[in-house]
Design a protein around this ligand. Structure first.
Ligand SMILES: Nc1ncnc2c1ncn2[C@@H]1O[C@H](COP(=O)(O)OP(=O)(O)OP(=O)(O)O)[C@@H](O)[C@H]1O
Ligand SMILES: [Mg+2]
Length: 337
């Protein structure tokens, strides 16, 4: 069975780095592994030293390790083709509103990613799938996306406008035939209302499929392992606490907490600081900072009852999958347990 791991956390804390490291270590320990990124920045590709698109491709020089990057537009295209008849799918894909959902609606993107992951789970080609989530809402947008997408496609507006008792298309024209839209339509050449009407009707056609599948995506995410990444800084820690204690509470398996960019525990302490010696003063400052890092990690542990892992702050960011795997192994994170 494929195990799915979601790597979540605030912006810039090291999610992509940790996700790439976990995937590289899992592969090194024998698991057929897919690292998949939803991050529109190409950092996972950079971290793994490869170029990525929607289709998994092998990471050069690393057996059992594939990587892919979610192309939301391509994923939505696949969703439309899976859930609608060919004519409806064609119309949807040509419709600017469908494109807008695919490109700009964050839950849409996160949902498309969830469907992709489920597709890989169903295909059973991997033992392990590690998902590098985008930073929105600490990555938990990903967890809530299936419900949100159902709300969108089953929303009241859509039901009223396309409901069985009403001639949908005509109603949309009359409901929306407000002066502003009529002006917009005449300015834009009369396509706006028609596009909206067509979009809503076609979307309602794919609703049963999305509804069914989104429940499976939801169940898969519910059983996924979650790695919450933070740095020892107040903002990311507040986010990690919120995600851990509020968002992830209903889950059976507790999340793995990773404190990234930690100063070495051995540096913690106070040092004598001869006023005339700037180097000694600098070391003293780092000693205090290292103590602070340990204190915030301990406070997090006490507050949540979890045992966070520390990943050291490296002078140069790891630049190969092997170095990333070493970093994760040294932190005691076991990606295949
Ligand atoms: N332990 C570390 N030591 C040194 N540099 C690190 C460490 N972890 C991450 N970095 C560097 O910090 C930067 C941000 O890391 P990364 O891209 O993994 O964060 P992210 O959480 O994925 O960011 P985003 O939210 O923007 O997607 C990168 O340049 C990365 O190489
Ligand atoms: Mg990232």
């Amino acid at each position: 069975m494929t195990r799915v791991t979601l790597v979540v956390g605030a912006g810039g804390v090291g999610k992509t780095t940790i996700a790439a490291g976990i995937a590289a270590l899992a592969a090194r320990r024998g698991a057929r592994t897919l690292a998949i990124t939803v991050d529109p920045a190409r950092r996972l590709a950079d971290a793994l030293g490869t170029t990525l698109d929607n289709h998994p491709s092998p990471v050069p020089g690393h057996d059992r390790l594939d990587a892919a990057m979610l192309d939301a537009a391509a994923a939505w295209e696949q969703i439309a083709r899976t859930h609608a008849d060919p004519a409806t799918a064609r119309r949807l894909l040509a419709n600017p509103y469908f494109r807008a959902v695919a490109d700009r609606f964050p839950s849409g993107q996160a949902y498309a990613a969830g469907e992709q992951v489920l597709t890989h789970v169903d295909a059973a080609g991997y033992d392990r799938i590690v998902v590098d989530t985008p930073p929105a809402a600490g990555g938990t947008a990903f967890l809530h996306a299936p419900r949100r997408i159902r709300t969108l496609v089953a929303g009241r507006a859509l039901r009223v406008l396309t409901g069985p008792r009403l001639p949908g298309r005509r109603l949309i024209y009359s409901v929306t035939a407000r002066p502003a839209l009529m002006v917009a339509d005449s300015v834009l050449g009369g396509r706006l209302l028609e596009d909206i009407a067509e979009f809503l009707l076609d979307l309602s056609a794919i609703y049963p499929g999305i509804s069914r599948r989104s429940r499976r995506v939801e169940a898969m995410l519910q059983h996924a392992g979650v790695v919450v990444v933070t740095t020892p800084d107040p903002g990311p820690i507040a986010e990690a606490r919120r995600v851990t204690t509020e968002r992830l509470v209903p889950r059976g398996v507790p999340p793995e907490i990773v404190f990234n960019r930690m100063l070495p525990a051995g540096w913690a302490g106070t040092f004598p600081t001869p006023a005339a010696d700037p180097i000694a003063q600098n070391l003293a400052r780092w000693g205090l900072e290292a103590s602070h890092h340990q204190a915030v990690l301990n406070a997090f542990a006490a507050h949540t009852g979890l045992n966070p892992r520390s990943v050291p702050w490296l002078a140069a960011a790891p630049d190969s999958p092997a170095a990333l795997a070493d970093l994760i192994a040294a932190a005691g994170i076991d990606p295949v347990s």
